[in-house]
Design a protein around this ligand. Sequence first.
Ligand SMILES: NC(=O)c1ccc[n+]([C@@H]2O[C@H](COP(=O)([O-])OP(=O)(O)OC[C@H]3O[C@@H](n4cnc5c(N)ncnc54)[C@H](OP(=O)(O)O)[C@@H]3O)[C@@H](O)[C@H]2O)c1
Length: 295
Amino acid sequence: MRVFVTGGTGLIGSAVVAELLGHGHTVLALARSDSSATALKTAGAQAIRGDLADLGALRAGAAQADGVIHLAFANDFSSPAAVAVAVAVAEEGAALATLGEELIDSGRPLVTASGTPYAPGRSSTEADPLPTIGPVGGRSRSVAGVLDLASRGVRSAAVRLPRTVHNQGRGGFAGLLTEMARRTGVSGYPGDGAQRWPAVHALDTAVLFRLVLEQAPAGTAWHAVDDEGDAVRDIAAVIGRRLGLPVEPVPQEAFGPLGPIFATDQPSSSAYTRQTLGWEPRQPSLLADLENIQP
Ligand SMILES: NC(=O)c1ccc[n+]([C@@H]2O[C@H](COP(=O)([O-])OP(=O)(O)OC[C@H]3O[C@@H](n4cnc5c(N)ncnc54)[C@H](OP(=O)(O)O)[C@@H]3O)[C@@H](O)[C@H]2O)c1
């Protein structure tokens, strides 16, 4: 397949591009800078210049492809100002709607990144709905719009990502904890730290994106979860040890708009995804991968 990828230079996207190229697909990827275009070409992909706000570039990319994988998002939450998050959410919504429109009645796949939901008192499953409130609730509404395109001839699907998608000790919520620890001199966690976050390695995630692109029926959601839930104080403990910093609880407010999400116990299961698509994570768990953090 010739696949149009957004976010192909990111932590997850670069793994997805390599996975696709390694399995006989070709990749056309959105590049918003010269350096990103160079990185994509070096990886073996073709680059198309533009950013998520450039709806013409998105249309052109989707029109040339047999399928689309969307991973770009303009906010990495390292400076989680509420306004910046809202702008990024709105921009992504418009971008996804544009990609979807281009594929209507084509039967071609549109696979978008999403997030694992929260189910009180148990691990969430692929059958649970996404939360549409909170700082990133708008992202869930955009994903729902994509899945609705199943009834309009798009083989749409969502890969729901856990709180930390990691590679070489970097990425996701655990990566934000690490950055905060470096900045403040304390490896902090909100609440008592017993809340659990799910996690997966980026290389395993990439395999799932490929399988979903190749096989998933229209309108379906999948869970890229390896660790069902790591206690946040265990994550903070590895970070603190690697950086030689004290490990302590810190107020939820210190985490900005993401504070309430950081404080929530939100384990998640991928049993249905593994069973149905034959996906089996093989890479190191989050706690093992965090051992790659360098002081
Ligand atoms: N990593 C995680 O733990 C995690 C967990 C849950 C969900 N997710 C979601 O998964 C997706 C990918 O995450 P990631 O960790 O791979 O992110 P990342 O490493 O920050 O990469 C972001 C990618 O998006 C591109 N991008 C950002 N803003 C853009 C814009 N305005 N126009 C065009 N391209 C833009 C970046 O391009 P440049 O290289 O040019 O900057 C880069 O390729 C995001 O939707 C993220 O929210 C990630």
